[in-house]
Design a protein around this ligand. Structure first.
Ligand SMILES: [Zn+2]
Length: 277
């Protein structure tokens, strides 16, 4: 039976006091002081810092992380820095793309666009250190039905994940919502045995009403993330980082300010595993 990521972290580092202190914080009712305390825990937990390792002499075991995104470039922009950190620290990372970006290139038909965008995604995943998987839905025609609940659950289960990332479901893009809802269904079918975190993309334009519970310092992997995003040449990567409708550079800076680090990615944690896992 798999344990939650935080249970494993507790076992690995023996930071029981930290765990208990954090687990008593209702995520949506934090004061700023509690929020920073929470963030500090998250940063150390996710980073498995050398100091923490040295303190108890334990070698962290290899965790298995999965990220489910609606289109090629979503996992990279939403949590590419975090995925790269996990991969760099020796953990296994798989990216599941719900669609292959069929509708994403003007002047190309669906098959041509998918071929280009899958190649871009493979290159991006290689930079991150992740294994790419293409689920087979069609860009712009995202579906949530019984067949796809089963299919995505099968793809996620195959990876035996400890941690899963997906879109925050309140999003203007239907495909992003589909990726999120199908992943939530799999989490429920797994009896919430893996830790589920929601990421944000193009906040304000796509992700909405996003109130983070956790931050990950991506200062050391920011360039790696950017290089991965820039593999998606068909998607105007410069615009992804600095346009009026999608400004991930600004988002990384702002989340960094919240966490008191130069650059961060933010997440909303599905909390059951933290409290009862
Ligand atoms: Zn997308």
């Amino acid at each position: 039976m798999s344990r939650s990521y935080l249970q494993k972290f507790k076992l690995l580092t023996g930071h029981v006091q930290n765990f208990l202190r954090i687990s008593t914080f209702p995520p949506m009712a934090t004061t700023r002081r509690k929020f920073i305390g929470h963030t500090a825990f998250s940063l150390s937990a996710w980073g498995l810092s050398p100091a923490a390792k040295a303190m108890d002499g334990n070698v962290p075991q290899r965790l298995r992380a999965v990220c489910v995104g609606g289109h090629p470039d979503d996992p990279e922009t939403g949590c590419g820095g975090t995925l790269a950190r996990l991969a760099n620290e020796g953990h296994s990372v798989t990216i599941i793309y719900l669609t292959s970006g069929e509708a994403g290139i003007v002047g190309k038909n669906a098959a041509e666009a998918a071929e280009i965008r899958m190649a871009e995604a493979r290159a991006a995943a290689k930079i991150i250190g992740a294994k790419p998987v293409f689920a087979g839905q069609i860009d712009g025609a995202g579906m949530v039905n019984n067949e796809w609940v089963d299919k995505l659950h099968e793809l996620i289960s195959r990876e035996k994940p400890d941690i899963v990332f997906t879109h925050w479901p309140v999003d203007s893009h239907k495909d992003h919502q589909c990726a999120s809802l199908l992943t939530i269904q799999s989490w429920i079918r797994h009896s919430r045995k893996f830790d589920l975190y929601f990421f944000e993309v193009c906040t304000g334009n796509q992700s909405m009403i996003f109130r983070p519970t956790d931050h990950v310092d991506i200062t050391t992997t920011r360039e790696q993330k950017k290089n991965a995003v820039f593999c998606h040449q068909s998607q105007d990567p410069q615009g992804i980082y600095a346009s009026g409708s999608c400004n991930h550079a600004l988002m990384e800076n702002f989340r960094g300010l919240e966490a008191d680090v130069p650059a961060a990615e933010a997440f909303i944690r599905a909390g059951q595993t933290l409290h009862f896992g």
